[in-house]
Design a protein around this ligand. Structure first.
Ligand code: NAD
Length: 281
């Protein structure tokens, strides 16, 4: 029976570490990290996410601001906001909450954020640095997964890791981070033989968005299973991408949904903002 990896507890630990570092930055350099979240329009899910980010930022001792233009804002006006924040020395981290309204090209907006303030780690410059194995700001969710693996005592070096999903925000950067940690990495997608690939994996990271796609019986006994999936079911409950009850019979460690990867994303955003403020990359 697998041990649960308690993402809530680890996230609280990360936030406490960031808070302690903020106190040092304040005392030694008179510097208070600043995070601005840009939320366009009234997407209800975005409002919940942004509130969570603001709350965490305040808790760790950052200055935090929200820019909240109307959904009718033009792309040029939104770019002007980003340019202003790029030049504001009090703002060390800029996060543009996605999705953006359809008339705005999200890629253009993300590319306009200064790479050193791109605390989401989505800017092509940061994606390129990750791919080249150079220091840079990393996407928060896979960055959080790496921390969870560490907390579970799982060193990816020499292990076979299977990442299911190849999105630019989770799957691809996840694969690159595991590769940088010396795992032998396989990235799976719709054309892959999931059962066969997962059966070989010492580490499975599921980031698909299909409830219980990864069957418990595929899991290699003793594997570490990280479930990034967050699927809202008809009854309002959240379900992961892994068949949790069966997978936990075979895995050595497993993340629950909710309470696994989810809380880590915001915690690592705090860590990234601290890195951006202290020039630590
Ligand atoms: P996405 O839709 O951008 O990408 C999904 C990937 O899964 C794609 O690469 C696709 O090829 C692959 N895929 C889809 N169906 C498949 C199938 N049947 N077989 C094999 N591969 C398949 O999604 P995303 O943004 O990467 O998010 C994935 C999941 O992770 C979602 O449930 C999302 O809600 C969740 N998520 C959670 C957090 C968090 O903080 N916990 C953050 C981001 C995403």
């Amino acid at each position: 029976m697998a041990q649960l990896i308690d993402g809530k507890a680890v996230a609280a630990r990360v936030r406490a570490e960031v808070k302690a570092d903020v106190e040092i930055l304040k005392a030694e350099r008179g510097l208070v990290p600043g995070l601005t979240v840009v939320r366009v329009g009234e997407d209800p899910a975005s409002k919940i996410y942004v509130n969570g980010k603001k709350k965490a930022a305040e808790e760790v001792g950052f200055n935090s601001w929200e820019e909240h233009p109307d959904a009718s804002i033009s792309e040029a006006e939104l770019l002007a906001i980003v340019h202003r924040l790029n030049e504001d020395p009090a703002v060390h981290g800029i996060l543009v909450q996605l999705p953006l309204p359809k008339h705005i090209d999200a890629e253009r907006i993300i590319s306009a954020v200064k790479p050193e303030k791109d605390v989401d780690g989505f800017h092509p410059m940061n994606a390129g640095k990750l791919s080249l194995g150079k220091p840079g700001l990393r996407p928060c969710t896979p960055f959080g997964v790496m921390r969870l693996l560490k907390e579970a005592g799982c060193d990816p070096s020499g292990k076979r890791a299977v990442v299911v999903g190849r999105s630019n925000i989770v799957g691809k950067p996840m694969a690159l981070m595991l590769l940088a940690a010396d795992a032998t990495v396989t990235v799976c997608h719709r054309k892959s033989n999931l059962a066969a690939e997962v059966a070989n994996a010492d580490i499975v990271v599921a980031a698909v968005g299909v409830p219980e796609l990864i069957k418990g019986e595929w899991i290699k006994p003793g594997a570490v299973v990280i479930d990034v999936g967050m699927n809202r079911m008809a009854d309002g409950k959240l379900k992961g991408d892994v068949e949790f009850e069966k997978a936990k019979e075979r895995a050595s460690f497993i993340t629950p949904v909710p309470g696994g990867v989810g809380p880590m994303t915001i915690a690592m955003l705090m860590r990234n903002t601290l890195i951006a403020a202290s020039g630590g990359i």
